[in-house]
Design a protein around this ligand. Sequence first.
Ligand code: ZN
Ligand code: ZN
Length: 160
Amino acid sequence: MKKREVIELAHNLFLEHGLQNWKFKIYNRKRNFGTCFHSKQEIALSKYFIKYVESSEQVKQILLHEIAHALCDIDIGHGYEFKQKCMTINCIENMSSASFTLFYSEEAVYNIICPKCGVTGELYKKIKRMENAIQNNSKPFRCRKCRSECSIEHGAKNDL
Ligand SMILES: [Zn+2]
Ligand SMILES: [Zn+2]
């Protein structure tokens, strides 16, 4: 999804749910799709999540999840009260933050990224075929869990 579209979606949802004083940010975290910062009145989404996500509905669901946190007075986790709040704003209720975790490896030369499941694999050696795939933006892998076509991205070790 394009950054501009995500920002627009966030602002529309903020207005709809009475979060006029809240700010929206795109951050660099790789291990969360999104976070609600009560103290700063700020909701952030991961730029990696936005980049690899398949549908705008998924982005909307993550935004609604964080908005549900914002609408609960303090950070009460993902318990009963939170789930009630999710239901009132049409956020798929049983999502917990754990299911959003991107298992992004800092050790890998390449990360294999499923648009639905997050990082599903790592490669630890430089491979010509992978360099080509990144350059051509081709998708040579399918996710083991959901069979979606996966993107490849350079991991941190690629720069060494
Ligand atoms: Zn949460
Ligand atoms: Zn998958």
